[in-house]
Design a protein. Structure first.
Lengths: 198, 106
């Protein structure tokens, strides 16, 4: 992906500066924001929906909506990413409301890391186990799902997650602790514990 | 607050650690395909604008139209100059002819 020569590189412009320019109609500045957040937003939506097609569709909607409303964006001391995640969160919530069908994971989606030495049967078995655990995760409250995704996919620290979710670092730590314990109990109850840990 | 004995706490910590390992093995960054992210980028932002004689060219069609317009204008001006020169030459010829006719009459 190339940028025009007359624009500073991504590292040189802060989110705030890029936002200011984007709000004034500078599309290239919006492009910088897009480049910074596309992967994170896509990952979040992907794990919430469970398939590439809907993840792409909803990611497009998130950025279209952000572009449309960028002039209305007000800096309230929270990071810009929180605004984008909020849009993504709302769209995913609507999507879940609209479609109650069960999502399926395809092997070629490439979520699962597999060692080359593993036999296809064992990979398939693990994919099924992970699929069941992901289904369990999709049943927990939405804020907990968001926390798990930000923690394990984006590897964000509690403080940053707190800013995005509008909670204190302590509240995130406590919520994380409770989420892991409740997941553990759910997995135990479903008899996935032994298989899931392998 | 629920009271927990030391060994219960130890057990809980081990459980949390095993859960973290399990989730770590499940969640991997996926990332959108290059094709998708490039297409969405160009749909939202468009391709980087090129400049020709200080003017922004939004797309190739516009660029060719501008080049065609400039070329057409140059040809038109050149033709106008040639026509004026020819007309001047013609006037000069007529003038000379008339002069020679007058001189012959005298």
């Amino acid at each position: 992906m190339t940028l025009p020569d007359n624009l500073p590189t991504i590292q040189e412009i802060s989110d705030e500066e890029a936002l200011k320019r984007a709000a004034q109609g500078d599309r290239e500045s919006f492009g910088l924001i897009y480049d910074r957040y596309i992967t994170r937003i896509y990952n979040y939506i992907y794990y919430r929906t469970g398939n590439t097609h809907d993840a792409e569709d909803l990611t497009s909607q998130v950025f279209s909506r952000a572009l449309k409303h960028i002039t209305n964006y007000q800096d309230r001391g929270v990071p810009f990413s929180a605004w984008l995640y909020r849009i993504a969160h709302n769209l995913v919530a609507n999507w879940h409301r609209d479609k109650s069908r069960k999502q399926e994971f395809a092997l070629e989606d490439g979520i699962w890391s597999s060692k080359e030495s593993e036999m296809p049967e064992s990979v398939l078995l693990r994919v099924e186990q992970h699929d069941e655990i992901l289904d369990l995760i999709r049943d927990i409250p939405e804020d907990r799902q968001m926390l798990i995704i930000l923690k394990f996919v984006d590897h964000m620290p509690n403080a940053e997650i707190g800013k995005i979710m509008g909670k204190t670092e302590g509240a995130i730590k406590s919520l994380y602790h409770r989420t892991l314990l409740s997941l553990r109990n759910k997995i135990d109850a479903d008899g996935l514990a032994d298989n899931g840990n392998k | 607050m629920k009271f927990k004995l030391p060994w219960q706490k130890k057990n809980e910590n081990a459980e949390l650690e095993s859960m973290e390992n399990l989730l770590d093995s499940i969640f991997k960054p996926v990332g959108p395909s290059k094709e998708f992210s490039n297409k969405l980028r160009s749909d939202l932002i468009g391709r980087p604008k090129r400049k020709l004689f200080g003017l922004e060219i939004p797309n190739a069609k516009m660029g060719w139209a501008l080049v065609g317009g400039i070329f057409g204008t140059v040809i038109l001006i050149a033709n106008a100059i040639i026509s004026i020169m020819r007309f001047a030459k013609l006037l000069d010829k007529v003038g000379k002819k008339k002069k020679s006719q007058i001189q012959a009459a005298i």
